[in-house]
Design a protein around this ligand. Structure first.
Ligand SMILES: Cc1cc2nc3c(=O)[nH]c(=O)nc-3n(C[C@H](O)[C@H](O)[C@H](O)COP(=O)(O)OP(=O)(O)OC[C@H]3O[C@@H](n4cnc5c(N)ncnc54)[C@H](O)[C@@H]3O)c2cc1C
Length: 533
């Protein structure tokens, strides 16, 4: 990475080299601004990172699948030219303790036949459900690309945004209107209950509703998170997820490539200790090594806790704003176990290394299983039998493992940040054992084929990746923290009470996931204030 002289003056300093910080920098640099990105870690990407944890085994240490990255960003930054490539993730395979399984594939006809094996009625409903969700995605999609309106002002520009949303809602069919309201208010399982009767189908579909939240599949509000995960789009097809060739770090590397090409400077091992504020205006930053950098604006892609409570000295922010920041909910609930494998797992219910191993393998055999996993977390324990979303990217992208070997990524819930007994440093390996024990109930050979294991707890996510309380989305995606309420009411337009200080990470609208939208939208607002757009 390029290094430049100390004490330089920039147009913009971007704090954090996660994918949103990089998107933000790329757009600002493309607009002709002199930009520097300062990343605390030795490697770029934040939660979208690839690291060689064991020699020859490259892991997407945190995020592992992609689909939410906004198409306009892929186009504007010409990311394929910088190495961005998505490989297909073929469906979701859910093994069941009974010895049966549910395998939803990308091929619609095959999925339909598979669901019909469990329930003919559900096979019919699945078709209708897909159509209804497509309508919901179409309704919500423009919202992902817009700065949230401020509903408290009479500013004509804000009123127009509200009118635009009102019109879109009015134009929905009556059924779609009901669906939309239900998605915003119901639990994932209650919503799915309206469509389906097969327990395992509801369990595995409801899992998308709890990712990154401290809520259960029966908690109101989780239906929206389900929609958030449906929104992903690859080449215009909604609900498709894929692997990034080279792991999710390759996405960050491609964005960094576009930013550097546009003239941005990027520094790693450059943690920020303080944001300099004078007369109510951001003036620059102080690095952890004591260096000072100055700029006209500072754009922070780290969460509000770090930005406002750790990097800004006392007296610069209004008390009511700080109260809202303190109320912002993180409540991390996820962990990750990354495995280096000598061979492939053999599932009891479908032995062999068939295409079922190329998609997601979901340990979500029943609604009761999912809810019990949450029960443990509610009382301060990691789930004794957790929900897991498992992928083996090396089957699709052999570049991430030595020949004949594999990498397996297990995303796990629940792993509550706050444990009732003990701490995560003491519990890390026991948690890893629980994950392997759970998996071995379905794939008994797993214990014999593991040659390396990395256990990532919520505390590791906080310490290593700067994610407060280990929340994977820089703050829960719960309804009260979305849209014009994210991160806090009144400050959802990427600006902050300090002039020239902006927010551009997942803690802003539209939230977490490898989306890039916060980074882009923040750049749009920054350039507006600069009078450059
Ligand atoms: C375990 C896990 C699994 C996930 N799975 C998926 C998935 O499969 N698909 C998906 O779409 N999303 C997934 N996500 C969510 C997604 O990865 C994140 O929402 C997204 O990557 C966040 O990007 P960001 O740029 O907003 O923030 P971050 O990635 O958090 O970037 C912030 C950056 O700021 C840096 N930083 C922190 N403090 C400082 C400081 N003081 N000075 C300088 N730099 C600092 C951090 O090191 C980090 O690089 C997952 C996340 C996790 C943690």
């Amino acid at each position: 990475m390029a290094n430049s002289a100390k004490n330089s003056k920039y147009d913009a300093i971007v704090i954090g080299g996660g994918h949103n910080g990089l998107v933000n920098a790329a757009y600002l640099a493309k607009a002709g601004k002199k930009v520097v990105v300062l990343e605390r870690r030795h490697v770029l990407g934040g939660a979208a990172v690839t690291e060689e944890v064991f020699p020859g085994f490259k892991f997407s240490v945190c995020s592992y699948v992609v689909s939410l990255l906004r198409p306009e960003i892929i186009r504007d930054l010409d990311l394929p030219r910088h190495g961005f490539e998505v490989l297909p993730l073929d469906g979701t395979f859910t093994p069941m303790p009974s010895g049966d399984y549910l395998w939803r594939m990308n091929d619609h006809g095959k999925s339909r036949r598979e669901i019909a094996r469990h329930s003919k009625l559900d096979a019919e409903a699945y078709e209708e459900f897909g159509k209804a969700m497509l309508q919901m995605c179409r309704f919500v999609k423009p919202i992902l690309g817009m700065t949230p309106p401020d509903p408290t002002t009479l500013n004509p520009r804000e009123l127009l945004k509200l009118l635009f949303l009102g019109r879109r809602f009015k134009d929905l069919s009556l059924d779609d209107k009901y669906n939309q309201v239900q998605l915003m208010t119901m639990s994932a399982v209650d919503f799915l209950d309206r469509w389906f009767e097969t327990d395992v189908l509801k369990a595995t579909m409801s899992a998308s509703g709890i990712i990154g939240t401290f809520l259960g599949v029966r908690s109101p509000g989780t239906a929206y998170v389900l929609l958030h995960h449906y929104m992903g789009e690859i080449d215009g097809a909604f609900r498709s997820w894929g692997f990034s060739r080279g792991g999710t770090g390759a996405i960050s590397a491609a964005i960094a490539g576009a930013a550097i090409e546009a003239g941005a400077e990027i520094r790693t091992k450059a943690g920020i200790a303080e944001i300099l504020v004078k007369d109510g205006k951001a003036k620059g930053v102080v690095l952890e090594n004591g260096d000072e950098l100055h700029a006209d604006i500072v754009s922070s892609s780290v969460d509000p806790n770090r930005t406002f409570l750790k990097m800004i000295g006392p007296g610069h922010l209004p008390g009511d704003f700080l109260d809202e920041v303190r109320r912002y909910k993180f409540r991390g609930s996820s962990g990750k176990v990354n495995l280096a494998l000598d061979a492939l797992p053999e599932f009891k219910c479908l032995p062999g290394s068939g295409p079922h191993l190329r998609g997601a393998i979901s340990i979500s055999p029943s609604v009761e299983y999912m809810e019990r996993a949450y029960d443990d977390a509610k009382y301060g324990q990691y789930s004794r039998r957790p929900y897991m979303d498992v992928v083996i990217p090396s089957l699709t992208d052999p570049s991430v493992a030595p020949p004949g070997k594999h990498v397996m990524s297990c995303f796990v819930q629940y792993a509550p940040y706050k444990l009732k007994d003990g701490n995560w440093d003491e519990k890390r390996e026991a948690f890893g054992d629980t994950v392997i024990d759970t998996l071995s109930e379905y794939a008994p050979n797993i214990k014999n084929i593991i040659i390396g294991r990395q256990v990532v707890t919520p505390l590791d996510l906080e310490r290593e990746f700067g994610l407060t309380e280990g929340n994977i989305f820089q703050g829960e995606l719960s309804l009260e923290q979305l849209f014009f309420l994210r991160p806090v009411p009144g400050w959802a337009q990427y600006r902050t009470p300090i002039r020239n200080l902006y927010m551009c990470g997942s803690a802003t609208h539209p939230g977490g996931g490898i989306m890039g939208a916060p980074g882009r939208l923040a750049a749009v607002e920054i350039l507006k204030d600069w009078g450059a757009s």
